[in-house]
Design a protein around this ligand. Structure first.
Ligand code: ZN
Length: 90
């Protein structure tokens, strides 16, 4: 799952399995576009002044995050790909 926090508030949780684009509004006319595909999440577009979130790599593993400081946005993987469970097989 990918969890979205804005300004410290959780605003949504989305499954990584389903390909979709989620528009996250910020303020009057700001936005970030969260793109989920192939079990990865990334910011495909945003109008924040620095644009750093758009350039961050796609995330897919538990604990990874993409942060947009100007929009106070935190995208975080809350449970990663199933292959990580391999570590518990013995
Ligand atoms: Zn940004």
């Amino acid at each position: 799952m990918v969890t979205v926090h804005q300004d410290g508030q959780e605003i949504g949780t989305y499954p990584l399995e389903k390909e979709q684009t989620i528009s996250i509004p910020y303020g009057e006319d700001g936005y970030n576009l969260l793109f989920i595909s192939n079990g990865e999440a990334s910011i495909s577009d945003a109008d924040c002044p620095d644009g750093l979130c758009v350039r961050q790599r796609a995330i897919s593993h538990n604990g990874e995050s993409i942060i947009c400081l100007p929009h106070k946005l935190v995208i975080q993987i809350s449970a990663g790909k199933e292959k990580e469970l391999d570590a518990f097989i013995y």
